[in-house]
Design a protein around this ligand. Sequence first.
Ligand SMILES: [Zn+2]
Ligand SMILES: [Zn+2]
Length: 412
Amino acid sequence: MKKLKKIIILPSALFLLLLVFIIPKHLNASGEKSTNDATITESTADPGNATAADNATTAGYTTASDYTTASDTTSTDDTTTAGSNLSVHFLDVGQGDSTLIQCGDATMLIDTADDTMGTAIQNYLTKRGIDQLDYLILTHPDADHIGAAPVIITKFAIDNVFMSDFQKDNRTYQKLRDALDYRQITPVTPSVGSVYPLGDAEIIILAPNKTYDDPNNASIALAINHGDNTFLFTGDAGEEAEDDMMANGYELSADVYHAGHHGSRTSSSRAFLERVAPASTVISCAEGNSYGHPHAEPLNNFRSMGIAVYRTDEQGTIVATSDRQLITWNTAPSDSWIAGEPQGSSPSSITPPDDTPVPLVVEGVSYVLNVSSMKFHRADCDYLPTANRQDSTEDRESILQAGYTPCQRCDP
Ligand SMILES: [Zn+2]
Ligand SMILES: [Zn+2]
């Protein structure tokens, strides 16, 4: 009897899934030319997507991956689309976050780094032939995440802007609001459990699960599923927000985890890491940043759990590509295991947020070396190390011969 029931339920469930997920996806694609306003309303008010995942806490996610399998089998029937690769570009934007995701023609940018990075991000996108974004996600309103958003919003046509509901009363936030107004874009705070298409990948919103006093905890968190592969982004969410994500019962396991809060000890709690159980993690931070990111505690956890670590401060822009089964990287993992904390200083001495390191130019010095990461900089680089710094009067050749690699930003 039980078997019989399953035989009937399974095909009809698959059919319903087709209705719920695949059909709205096609509608979206054909409605692409509509105005920003219209598209935003369409995807938020998309009842199919939202309800399917909302209805059942854990089941929501299971349904979502079933959908992936369903579309998998349709696309492997070949003829038209054989499924596109998904590429995730963790941009080297100094102390901040900005990640570009491309899946076929679909594009998404998560965060925009600080206001010095607008042109750099714009150029990166333009070089890749991107003039339009399907999604811009601003995880939370800190300057190292939204600073360059006005540039991106002004230069690119954007279908959907997702923002945390946390509001700030400062110039950076006001400039973002002005840019949105100028473009007549109404940002949306997506509800937890909603599912959005990104090419043949899907985005599942996992946070914020409530209102918080701290902007970091109010970060939008999301998983991107692409075939067998999952990427997890939690913005700067701290332990409290991580606990709330775990309590909500959604599947959190991921192959690639974008380390929360630039590898700060306030995120990536051991319990959360055990739930996510990633094979790899990517840390976005600047070399010699004043916060001491990444901190030793999460680094030690990554190491003891056998998680491969990639770091933009050491390796520049990091690109992970999923072909639905395997993930390939543009570089080998970092094996430095060097924390950014200045030795012997207490955490309380760390400079408060929104403070950018002041570059130091010393007379007669040709290059500045970082003796731990083995990178070298021009003396006027904006990203000079504060720890492990050594000023050099040697010429470029000798420094290269000593095994140093040039900083990607100042290109010495
Ligand atoms: Zn941040
Ligand atoms: Zn933050």
